[in-house]
Design a protein around this ligand. Sequence first.
Ligand code: AMP
Ligand code: ZN
Length: 470
Amino acid sequence: MPLRFYNTLTSSVEDFQPIQDMVVRMYVCGPTVYDYCHMGHARSYIVFDVIRRFLKYRGYNVIYVQNFTDVDDKILRRAAEMNLTPLEISRRYIAAYFEDFDRLNVMRADYYPRVSENMDSILDMIKRLVEKGYAYESDGSVYFSIDRMTEDVGALSHQSYEALRVGARVEVDERKRNPMDFVLWKASKPGECIYWDSPWGKGRPGWHIECSAMSIKLLGEQIDIHGGGMDLVFPHHESEVLQSEAFTGKKPFAKYWIHNGFLLINKEKMSKSLGNFFLIRDVLKQYPPEVVRFFVLNTNYQSPLDYSDAALEEAKKGYARLQNAVAEIQSRLGQPDGDPSGQDVARIAEESRAKFDAAMDDNFSTREALAEAFDFTREINRLMSGSLSHDELNQIMALYAHFSDILGIRWTAPAGEDVLSSELLKLIVDIRQAVRKKKDFETSDLIRSRLKDLGITIEDTKEGIKIKKS
Ligand code: AMP
Ligand code: ZN
């Protein structure tokens, strides 16, 4: 069975056929970096990480782009509160993003475009939309004009133009010709400390335009997969479709749209603005990254997922069941070779791999894929009551390695130790930063070289500190 998944654009499960042979151009909406990421963000980026991993396993050359929204009202507000510049705020939380998601074993994207670094492309796109008659200036701001696109409005969110128009009327803005028009460029307000020059005066981009401009710049006019949480379908993604297609004259902007369901807490979406969130870094003080990934992936990506201590405890137990089996196999591999089991281990592993892959081929059903990992583990635990040769143990290990490659759930570090040692490592790196700030380079170099002796290298990069373990 070929890979199939749900496409929001067509509201149906479709066979996957990229635009160009085996290349997959994929864009996922990134966070607005004005604070630490919470578990809702973790869900979204773990889901797309697994989708990317599976596409790679299926032989596709995936080009993966995830943006950072580093210019935004919330960042401006936060900067004013903290007496910092907006870009100091966003840089700080981008560094924190990498700390959190490296720990969660989310593969790094091929590109991380930021609004502040792509202003030329954003401005070029807005200028062209104005020239083509799809956008107009009003009071120093620029709006996308819906009037020429009314037939296309609602194509992604499956709502009628009329229904959307009624909804939009609630919020009256005199600068707009049609209440459904949306802002591409916001005129600078008095006292705002971050702005760029434009043909319409000083200002900054609206939210939607950044993803179209950066996606087109890095991936071309049409892409294969565009992803994000389901709250982004309307208006963010709907606006992206309209402005991108108006700009390029090509349809569709993205062939497949994938949206993850919400992480909920007490039946509400976990979000910064509702104040009902748990930060990734706080959760990682209690649970290792493997348990967090297990928790996220034990529910299929479109379904709602309830966050609770009980659910994380449950995930911890589930992960431990798989991990104990792996630990036992590894321990036996360290002992002298045993007699073969007399059973067809290669066939058992092959069949299990086929079932695991079939679940993933079917709309990335990680829940069913994990269920297969449990069935396999039950079978292996049964086999381990007798003798197994190293050859057989290696065949079993190869399948656990496959589960791990796709789901990004590692088996190695034992749960308890991992949390403590990674917290200790973070503490050491923080101390090094503190002494560097005080210009005590002797101590900071000493810390770096002692860590190096332990096989841990730390690099100071633009995105913050990178920690590599050999
Ligand atoms: P934001 O920074 O709020 O724009 O969010 C960045 C990404 O995380 C978007 O794709 C959101 O849809 C996603 N996201 C935020 N909160 C949640 C949540 N509670 N559950 C699932 N995804 C979320
Ligand atoms: Zn976006």
